[in-house]
Design a protein around this ligand. Sequence first.
Ligand code: PEP
Ligand code: MG
Length: 293
Amino acid sequence: ERVVNESAARCPAVTKDGVPIAVSINVAGLDELDRLDPAMCDGIGLVRTELLFADASAQPTEDVQYDVYRRLLNWAAGRPVIVRTVDAGGDKPIAGLTIDGESNPFLGVRGVRLSLLRPEPFRVQLRALARAAVHGPLKVMVPMVTVPGELDAVRSMFREEVQALRQAGTAAEVPALGMMIEVPAAAIAPELFASDFFSIGSNDLTQYVTAAGRDNDAVGALADPLNPAVLRLIENVVRYGERAGISTSLCGDAAADPRVLPHLLACGLRSISVGVASLGRVKAAIATIDLNA
Ligand code: PEP
Ligand code: MG
């Protein structure tokens, strides 16, 4: 995917009335960064790691993953890189990892629920991330967190793996650990979670708030991020983040939707992450938005 409107992508994103907006990119693999200038973004706001695990015959080893995470950091050249732990299940089945035959996969064992159910492959990913974290501003984000205990469990596992790595003489550290806000329970009560940062997943948040599947065109009109109930939850998270000093961004498709973006900024959001192809278009759209109007 190439950047459309590259001249706009080269400028920092500022609203018409002069408010700077951080714009990071969402990527699913290293190839999307080929020939892309990191100066066009404020970092990588979401690395979807499912692609790494898509080959059922061979799960990526710790070294293979470590290499990928390091290369992402190298590319970003000092800008933050937020890697999301594997978000399998729901709309992202992975043979040999996800559970077959669930009657309702979106409400089933997906994201962190699966990671905690199958801790061994998950710990491999945590070790690779902890080793990469030594080399730059790596942050790790956990998908589908519903209750505080899930994030706490991931933090404990991270600490255990870092300790084991160091005992074996390998450099490692626990990275900043944050969570996706994409389950209504988390969006309603974000203050319950011991999270270093938040990233709102508007795709899943919208489907769970409106009870309209993101994969079902027949109810596509209902799965609308402009539903005031969705916007109210987004604002709740952004305002809590401001009060608590917890940085909050949004990495769902709504950020790249010119219809929705002005409403997100009106909720107080000042950081978004969008697909590489949308970067220029989104920055150009931000320049037309007047937050005082
Ligand atoms: C989201 O749910 O908004 C999100 C960014 O994650 P994904 O689309 O990968 O579920
Ligand atoms: Mg999601």
